[in-house]
Design a protein around this ligand. Structure first.
Ligand SMILES: [Zn+2]
Ligand SMILES: [Zn+2]
Length: 445
């Protein structure tokens, strides 16, 4: 069960392109699924029986079983509590070590997760989850969302993957006696916590034995699996990418609502050691509030938070990316203009309404009548240097005027005013620009 981290050893002269390609080249994929072999490629137990037959039987049983109010409340309450075993326990404690838990809390979470009965014991779940983070969106990711919504949601548990999941380090879990205890007694714990307890509470509590079994046990487990699966499918498809768009994880309130706060998945994949998924105080993340509550009553400590400064850098990067796209969609003043001397400028201005401002010569054809200050002011400066007049001598023009003027450039006056370093002469829309680092290095060379 212990998976070890593979060291990349490259004995060939050829350099390795990346770690994932190297690992994929080390083993052959399983043969494709065909009509002849499909029945050996299906997970009949954990896949077909638990994910298809059990939900169908549950729906049929629920159709024939009246739901009383007490059982409904109990199903929802126990569903939320056992779900917390998955999110606060399996995910944020054991998979990501985002906080420290006392032994009491670890036992409680191990039992609650067994009550959820989703995807096996801690060791199995965490191994898959760490592989999902380490190899996100590749063939080594067991829940590879790039293979489509259905594969990430259910496919990966119904059909054997064509590639073995990537290896990860789970040595910390092997040393954890509570993790090993849960693994040893997992079937018994599931039977007790997921089946016997919810049925007994409804049966002894208000005499609804059948409802306890159908709703508080079966339907609750079916819903928990669907919620858990949404983190692999929906949270990799629905929503925004405020921190990074390299991979598929996304942030969305709806997914957070369905998964006790796990829906801020873009944040989570970027900052997995943070005990929060919804890092802003108002974002819906009951798991974060539960862990915080546990720390206040002494059950949890060392709640990890990624440095705020680095979180902001992620957000800024994405905002700049969006701004860059917007910037590229706009039309900017043309470059590569001819350099003309003063005499040429003046002679040309006899035929066209040319105006020199800040060292640039502008052609005002088609604009003269539109000038808000009146055409006569422009006429007065044709063939002259109107820099002072434009920048306050006659009227201190707006940003909009400055931007529009730059679009009418047709030449540069030889020996005219400096226009590269003087902030005043650059159109306001170009003072702050999003520039790729490659463009900067091109300028240097
Ligand atoms: Zn995670
Ligand atoms: Zn994910």
């Amino acid at each position: 069960m212990v998976a070890e981290v593979d060291a990349v050893v490259n004995n060939d002269a050829e350099p390795i392109k990346d770690h994932i390609s190297y690992l994929l080249a080390q083993e052959q994929p399983r043969p494709p699924i065909t009509w002849n072999n499909w029945w050996t490629e299906v997970y009949w137990g954990q896949g077909v029986a638990l994910m298809i037959i059990m939900p169908l039987c549950t729906f049929v049983a629920a159709y024939h079983t009246p739901l009383c109010t007490n059982t409904a409340i109990w199903m929802i309450a126990y569903g939320l509590i056992s779900g917390m075993g998955m999110t606060a326990g399996y995910h944020r404690l054991w998979a990501h070590r985002s906080y420290n838990a006392t032994r009491v809390l670890e036992y409680i979470l191990a039992l609650l997760a067994a009550a959820a009965a989703v995807e096996g014991p801690i060791m199995l779940w965490v191994t898959r989850h760490r592989a999902h983070h380490r190899y996100t969106d590749t063939e080594l990711d067991p829940k590879n969302a790039s293979r489509g919504f259905f594969w990430a949601h259910l496919g990966w548990i119904l059909v054997k993957p064509r590639r073995e999941p990537g290896k990860v380090d789970v040595s910390d879990l092997v040393k954890n006696d509570i993790v090993m205890w849960q693994q040893r007694y997992y079937p018994w714990l599931v039977l007790t916590m997921a089946v016997a307890l919810p049925t007994l509470v409804a049966g002894i509590g208000w005499g609804d034995w059948k409802g306890g079994l159908v709703y508080a046990t079966s339907l609750r487990v079916v819903m928990l699996y669907q919620a858990d699966a949404c983190i692999n499918s929906l949270a990799h498809r629905l929503g925004e990418t405020p921190f990074d768009d390299k991979h598929t994880p996304r942030d969305h309130f709806i997914t957070a609502l369905l998964t006790l706060g796990e829906g801020y998945h873009n944040f989570h994949h970027q900052f997995p050691v943070d005990y929060r998924n919804g890092y802003k105080w108002y974002q819906f993340d009951p798991t974060k509030w539960f862990i915080w509550l546990c720390s206040n009553v002494g059950l949890a400590s060392h709640l990890k938070r990624f440095p705020e400064n680095e979180i902001c850098k992620g957000m800024l990067t994405m905002e700049l990316k969006r701004l860059r796209k917007k910037q590229e969609e706009l039309v900017w003043p043309q470059g590569g203009l001819p350099v003309v001397d003063w005499v040429t400028y003046q002679s040309q201005a006899e035929f066209r309404p040319l105006l020199c401002i800040a060292g640039f010569i502008h052609n005002l054809e088609g604009f003269m009548g539109d000038h808000p200050g009146g055409e006569h002011l422009l006429r007065k400066h044709i063939g002259k240097d109107a820099t002072a007049a434009f920048f306050g001598g006659v009227y201190n023009h707006s940003n909009a005027a400055h931007n529009l003027l730059a679009m009418k450039r047709v030449g540069i006056l030889h020996g005219g005013m400096p226009h590269i370093t003087e902030e005043k002469y650059i159109p306001p829309s170009q003072i702050l620009r999003v520039t790729h680092v490659k463009e900067l290095s091109n300028q240097v060379h």
